[in-house]
Each structure stands twice: as structure tokens, then as C-alpha cells.
Design a protein around this ligand. Structure first.
Ligand SMILES: Cc1ncc(COP(=O)(O)O)c(C=O)c1O
Length: 406
């Protein structure tokens, strides 16, 4: 099931570059965005060089080719997450847009409740805050335990008969925690609420099967799964997409338009107003092919082993505290940490001198940082192409950071 990571790395030309003469790049910021294999770059270049046209509108050859490539990408994405029907895949700009779309169209009103968690990315907080402000619904959230898990004991108290939507992250970008989707979904469905899963950090790293998970909608984003920026995905049950109102209006999403009013195209086009990100969809399709060839179980296995190696290395650094689960049990390869007496921004800047790219800040999950009493963390995050040399370089870089600060 495993693959040779040294061969895989050759597919990613950027991993061979130096950040300064003699200082090779050590890329440990894949939770922010992943690198793209040649396959994806080639697919987008080929599309633009040979097939570029607008989709769904023309009858000339290029328009038909472009439409076929765009729709083929939809089919690939649908089977990647085991969607029962390819019409359930809506292409958006990114995860944030997919989550905003849902927050805009799901019916809410005064007295209704929306439940999120304290470990959400801002993209799964702010859209619901806006929706509640607009509709008069109330936002509630499930708290966290000291070791970076959801407080499942809180589920029955927070999710009530008034709950209409439960929206939560599958794998946290700050803590690395992988949540128990079944536990939350079972409780949410017991009160008749719709379940929205933020798969931005899970779809790129582990097998995700929407049919098996039993959720009602899933959002994910191309650029974290070896695809391009500018494309994201909303998967939702077909009957939901059929019955809910449109989000954005414009070309492509209509059936008939008169000056008096309009009717809507069936899903997915109802939710794809205007010219879609065509080259990006083609690139995402190529990324899905690439992930499938390595195999999501193998990717997950590789990353789990490397996460264990990373955690072992980090906890041995004096004065370092991991924020989030300290074992690989239900956790992915985004590992946040703080070092006594050294600000994360200094850690990030000094690591960059060693060529090591990590992310510092609140990682768009400020409420979770506040929960753990810290303004910011440093975060090292892995992907399918990361290896033990990357981790060794990080640990060596942290030694330099510590000696710099005496
Ligand atoms: C858990 C999670 N949700 C949502 C997002 C938003 O993704 P995008 O910026 O591609 O919309 C991110 C990005 O970091 C994320 O990590």
C-alpha cells in the first residue's frame, strides 16, 4: 500500500528549489496550501494551449472540448468522494465560498439554532455569524477539551430540538484533530438538523466517502489537495440542491429569464453562476487522478507515520508545547506548537533562515487559540510528499532558534 516518497517528490519541481543560494526549501506549510505535481500543471497548460473556450454555450469544437473536460472533472471529483450522483458536485471558488453558499441558502429564522464548534476555521464561523445576523437565528458551539478534542459530552446540551444546522470541521487546521463525524451526525440527525462538514483539511489527506459519512453537505478546496487555487467544491445531497434557492445569480444558473422573473437550471448549474473556473477544474481533475494513483489509504498511512515522527521530534524540544493531540490517534499532520519565551513570529522568521517554511499566527482559527490561552502558534504541516528529512530540518532549525534566544 505504501509508495516511495523520494520518487513522489520528483513530481513536485518546487521541492527541488533553494530559497537562497545553498539553502534548500523545506516545505512544511501544506495545510495553508499544497504544492502541485507536474501532472496538474501540465493539464492546465494543455487545456489553455489547446482547448480553451467557454463551457456549456458553444457548439464549436473547442467549446465542446472545454465542456467535456470541465464535466469530466466533475465526474472525477464525484467519484473521489463517492458521491451517489455527479450532479451533487458544485464547483465554487474555494471552501469558503462553498460554506458561504450553504449559510446563505439553508433556511433559518428567529428561534432556530446553528451549531458549530470552537475549533472551526473562520470560514466556518463567519458565514454562520452572518446568516444568524440576517435571519435572527442563534449561533451556538461545542467546546473543546484540554487535549484538543471536541467535548462530545457537550453534544446533547448544545444540539437541541431548535438546531437546524450543525456545521463542523472534519480535521482541524490548527489542532490536527480528526473529529468523530458519526457521533456528531447521529445527534444532529436525531433532532432533524442538517449536517455540513468542512473537509478542507480531510479530503486532501484521507479517504472521504460522503455516502458512508452520512452528512448532508461537504466543502473542500482544490489548492490543498495538490490542485490549483481558484476552485473549491460543494457536495450536497441532490434533493437539497434541488429544493434550496440559488445563491448567486447570472448566466448559466437559469432556465428561462424574462423581464418579470426567472427560473433556475437544475443542479449543479443552479449554483454555478457565470463562467466557472474551467482550467482550474481541469487541474483539479488531474490532481484527483494523481491522488487516486498514489491511493488515499497509502497517503494517509504515509502521513500518519510521518506525523508520529514529527510529534516525537517536537515533544523532545525543551520548552516546546504541542497545541492539540499529542498522539496520532485521530489526528492528522498539521501540528501547532509554542515555545516558552519565544514568539511564534520569531520562530517562523528564524526557521525561514534555515529554509524551513512553517505557518505562524492564529491560522484563521482565533477562537481555538483563545481557548488555549495563546495569541498564536507555529504550525508545521505535512502532505503526501513530506519526508523525514523535512522533519529533521525542522527540528535542527528549532535548535538554532533556541540557541539564538539563549
Ligand atoms: C479547516 C479549513 N476550513 C476552511 C478553509 C478555507 O479554505 P479556502 O481558503 O480555500 O476557502 C481552510 C483553509 O485554510 C481550512 O483549513
Amino acid at each position: 500500500m505504501s509508495y516511495d516518497v523520494s520518487l513522489v517528490r520528483k513530481d513536485f519541481p518546487i521541492l527541488e528549489r533553494e530559497v537562497r543560494p545553498g539553502v534548500p526549501l523545506v516545505y512544511l506549510d501544506s495545510a495553508a496550501t499544497s504544492q502541485k505535481p507536474l501532472r496538474v500543471l501540465d493539464a492546465m497548460r494543455d487545456y489553455n494551449e489547446r482547448h480553451n473556450a467557454n463551457v456549456h454555450r458553444g457548439i464549436h469544437t473547442l467549446a465542446e472540448e472545454a465542456t467535456a473536460l470541465y464535466e469530466e472533472a466533475r465526474t472525477k471529483v464525484a467519484s473521489f468522494v463517492n458521491a451517489p450522483d455527479r450532479r451533487e458536485i458544485v464547483f465554487t471558488k474555494n471552501s469558503s465560498e462553498a460554506l458561504n453558499l450553504l449559510a446563505y441558502v439553508l433556511p433559518l429564522g428567529p428561534g432556530d439554532e446553528v451549531v458549530i464548534t470552537e475549533m472551526e476555521h473562520h470560514s466556518n464561523i463567519v458565514p454562520w455569524q452572518l446568516a444568524c445576523a440576517r435571519t435572527g437565528a442563534t449561533l451556538k458551539w461545542i467546546g473543546l477539551t484540554d487535549d484538543g478534542r471536541l467535548d462530545y459530552a457537550d453534544l446533547d446540551r448544545v444540539i437541541t430540538d431548535e438546531t437546524k444546522v450543525v456545521a463542523f470541521v472534519h480535521q482541524s487546521n490548527l489542532l490536527g484533530t480528526i473529529n468523530d463525524v458519526e457521533a456528531v451526525t447521529t445527534r444532529a440527525h436525531a433532532v432533524g438538523a442538517k449536517v455540513v462538514l468542512d473537509g478542507s483539511q480531510s479530503v486532501p489527506h484521507l479517504p472521504v466517502d460522503v455516502a458512508a459519512l452520512g452528512v448532508d453537505a461537504l466543502a473542500f478546496t482544490g489548492h490543498k489537495m495538490c490542485g490549483p487555487t481558484g476552485i473549491g467544491v460543494l457536495w450536497a445531497r441532490l434533493e437539497l440542491l434541488e429544493e434550496l434557492p440559488p445563491f448567486l445569480g447570472g448566466g448559466e444558473m437559469i432556465d428561462i429569464v424574462t423581464m418579470e422573473g426567472s427560473t433556475w437550471a437544475p443542479p449543479p448549474h443552479k449554483y454555478e453562476a457565470g463562467t466557472p473556473p474551467i482550467a482550474q477544474a481541469v487541474g483539479l481533475g488531474a490532481a484527483v487522478d494523481y491522488l487516486n494513483e498514489l491511493g488515499m489509504p497509502a497517503i494517509h498511512e504515509h502521513e500518519a507515520a510521518l506525523t508520529s515522527y514529527l510529534l516525537d521530534g517536537l515533544v523532545a524540544v525543551p520548552g516546546l508545547r504541542v497545541i492539540g493531540p499529542r498522539t496520532t490517534e485521530s489526528r492528522g499532520g498539521a501540528v501547532s506548537f509554542v515555545i516558552d519565551g519565544i514568539h511564534p513570529h520569531d520562530v517562523g522568521q528564524l526557521l525561514d533562515e534555515s529554509g524551513v517554511a512553517v505557518r505562524v499566527g492564529h491560522h484563521c482559527a482565533r477562537p481555538a487559540c483563545l481557548r488555549y490561552g495563546i495569541p498564536a502558534t507555529s504550525r508545521a504541516s505535512l502532505h503526501l510528499y513530506s519526508d523525514t528529512n523535512d522533519v529533521d530540518a525542522l527540528i535542527a532549525g528549532l535548535d538554532k532558534v533556541r540557541s539564538f534566544f539563549g
